[in-house]
Design a protein around this ligand. Structure first.
Ligand code: ADP
Length: 430
């Protein structure tokens, strides 16, 4: 531009020279723009295309864009490499990996999902997972959106195969579903359960016979030498304990192996609790406990009457067993944040905190001598936990040494059938 001005001034045509120079500059810029636009168009098809040769400002623009574009390409390649590796490794997994979009449709799955679940590529792309896996227990599990525990059901492609489903929520309503074949583990668990069931069943008759003879002998004390009375009484006590253990083991085996019947009882909880309370009052009359029952409504739940009766009576009898004479035992039925709760509270010795997580394990006892003195089997709370789980409920235990314990059964709202106006206590105390 300065050159044009000088030349223009020399020949006395400054304005014309300036105009000419501007036209030239504009023509050059338009040409560079055109080259730039063509390069942008071509680069969309071939990302490796070098930038056009240019100098000055345009050269710097081309080089700058080329550098940015190269960096982006490298980042994309790196991501693709990671994705390829993730897909390759999950494709090689024996476990089925399924990605489900926020509408419940299949967006990606590995080879194992085709074998275990029968998904077909590409027909099943975007198909709703609950259309493809129609087992009602799976649909319930999928729609509940609470995936804390895995679900076990037979494979839709092979009924002899047992599958375990675990779902994780991620992103915005998307789900990652992992499915593994647990047939072997399931078979071993069934064998263990069958074995315990069979042994308990076989032991039942001999124990009943021994118990029968001991009872007859003790009924005829006069005919027995006095020095044998105490040993016979101890034998009877231990035989009775054995009978209780066998009975509880059989109950546990039944709870593990048999599903709840499809048609279930409608259980009027206030009546059930009143019956348990009366039974406990009779059984523990010698301990002079004070039993109280509060029902905040005429609540009914769906389930097995026998099982729930046994669970609640286990809790109430434990409270009575592990509370010193003249204790306070309070049973309360009422609404809770999740649905309904039954609470059994005592002012007994309490349990140290480190025992609490293990209390529902089979044969776990806080104090061996205290439990055997009370005729306990160590299986009561395991039965309670199983029964509650079968009813979609859970057990919560809180205890303070020297103050007492509180065992709460939480039932989900969908188990509850109808209720009376909350706050109507049926019977305050006995
Ligand atoms: P057990 O047949 O021995 O009572 P459970 O499974 O019913 O077996 O209970 C396990 C252990 O938990 C008991 O041995 C006892 O030590 C403790 N326990 C249960 N309920 C209470 C309670 N209400 N107060 C104090 N300890 C309890």
């Amino acid at each position: 531009m300065t050159g044009a001005l000088l030349v223009g001034a020399l020949f006395g045509v400054t304005a014309e020279a300036l105009a000419l120079a501007l036209v030239g500059y504009l023509a050059h810029s338009f040409r560079q723009l055109y080259i730039f636009q063509r390069w942008l168009r071509d680069i969309a098809h071939d990302s490796r295309l070098e930038p056009p040769e240019s100098s000055g400002v345009w050269g710097e623009i081309f080089d700058g864009i080329h550098r940015l574009q190269r960096r982006e390409r490298e980042a994309a390649l790196y991501l693709k490499d990671i994705l390829d590796k993730a897909q390759e490794s999950s494709a090689a997994l024996e476990m089925a990996v399924v990605m489900i979009n926020d509408k419940g449709g299949l967006s990606w799955w590995n080879k194992a999902a085709e074998v275990l679940l029968g998904f077909r590529q590409p027909q099943d792309q975007q198909q709703s997972v609950t259309n493809l896996l129609r087992e009602p227990r799976f649909i319930d599990y999928f729609e509940k959106n609470n995936y804390a525990d895995p679900l076990r059901i037979p494979s839709p492609t092979n009924k002899k195969q047992m599958l375990e489903f675990q779902i994780t929520l991620f992103g915005e309503g998307e789900r990652l579903m992992l499915v593994r074949d647990v047939s072997q583990m399931h078979r071993l668990e069934s064998m263990r359960s069958d074995f315990v069931g069979n042994v308990s069943h076989e032991l039942r008759t001999p124990i009943t016979v021994i118990n029968g003879y001991l009872e007859t002998l003790l009924d005829h004390r006069d005919a027995v030498a006095p020095r044998w009375i105490k040993p016979l009484e101890q034998m009877q006590q231990q035989a009775q304990r054995m009978e209780n253990i066998v009975r509880d083991l059989l109950t546990l085996t039944r709870l593990e192996t048999k599903a709840l019947p499809r048609v279930q009882d409608e259980i009027h909880l206030p009546s059930l609790l009143r019956e348990v309370k009366n039974e406990a009052e009779l059984a523990f009359a010698a301990k002079h406990h004070h039993f109280a029952l509060t029902c905040e409504g005429e609540y009914r739940v769906r389930g097995s009457m026998n099982e729930l009766y046994s669970a609640v009576s286990n809790l109430v009898f434990n409270a009575a067993k592990y509370t010193q004479e003249g204790g306070e035992i309070h049973i309360r039925l009422g609404k809770s944040s999740t649905g309904l709760s039954i609470e059994v509270k005592d002012n007994g010795a309490g349990i140290e905190e480190h025992h609490l997580p293990r209390l529902t394990e089979r044969f776990y006892r806080v104090d061996e001598s205290r439990s055997t003195d009370t005729g306990g089997t160590g299986l009561g709370l395991a039965i309670v936990k199983h029964v509650l789980a079968r009813h979609g409920a859970s057990l919560q235990i809180a205890s303070t040494v020297g103050v007492g314990s509180r065992f709460t059964c939480h039932f989900p709202a969908e188990r509850v059938l109808a209720d009376a106006a909350p706050g109507t206590a049926l019977s305050a105390s006995a």
